[in-house]
Design a protein around this ligand. Structure first.
Ligand code: DGP
Length: 115
């Protein structure tokens, strides 16, 4: 249910995005509405609606997403300074695009708890 999202169009290059990383299964690009000096979205190419929809079959893919975060954080020079990784699951948690994505943010300090 729900149809495809803007991220499906980005994967197909029908909507432009500043892509920073791509493998067979994963794509990463700058967030159009950045909440930090560096704010990158890491997504599976497979249109999984949210984290809660991921199955045991997605174990390898979920691992690939975190490996991608790590590589991108290094490429963006964030390892020394620290960075934050966020998944919003569901509208109440702030999810607005229903295609699983990880937010990688860095270049500033972050409060905890996040509010
Ligand atoms: P979330 O609220 O967790 O669902 O995050 C969705 C993010 O997606 C939000 O930070 C803004 C970003 N976003 C929405 N539409 C586009 C788009 O067309 N291009 C890019 N690059 N980012 C988008």
């Amino acid at each position: 249910m729900g149809g495809e999202t803007i991220f499906a169009k980005i994967i197909r290059r029908e909507v432009p995005a500043k892509i920073v990383y791509e493998t067979d299964h994963v794509l990463a690009f700058h967030d159009v509405n950045p909440q930090a000096p560096i704010h990158i979205l890491i997504i599976p190419k497979e249109p999984i609606r949210d984290l809660a929809s991921a199955k045991a079959d997605h174990k390898e893919l979920l691992g690939e997403l975190l490996v991608a975060v790590n590589e991108i954080a290094r490429e963006q020079g964030l390892l020394q300074d620290g960075f934050r990784v966020v998944i919003n699951n569901g509208a109440r948690a702030g999810q607005t695009v229903f295609h699983l994505h990880l937010h990688l943010m860095g270049g500033r300090s972050f409060a905890w708890p996040p509010g």
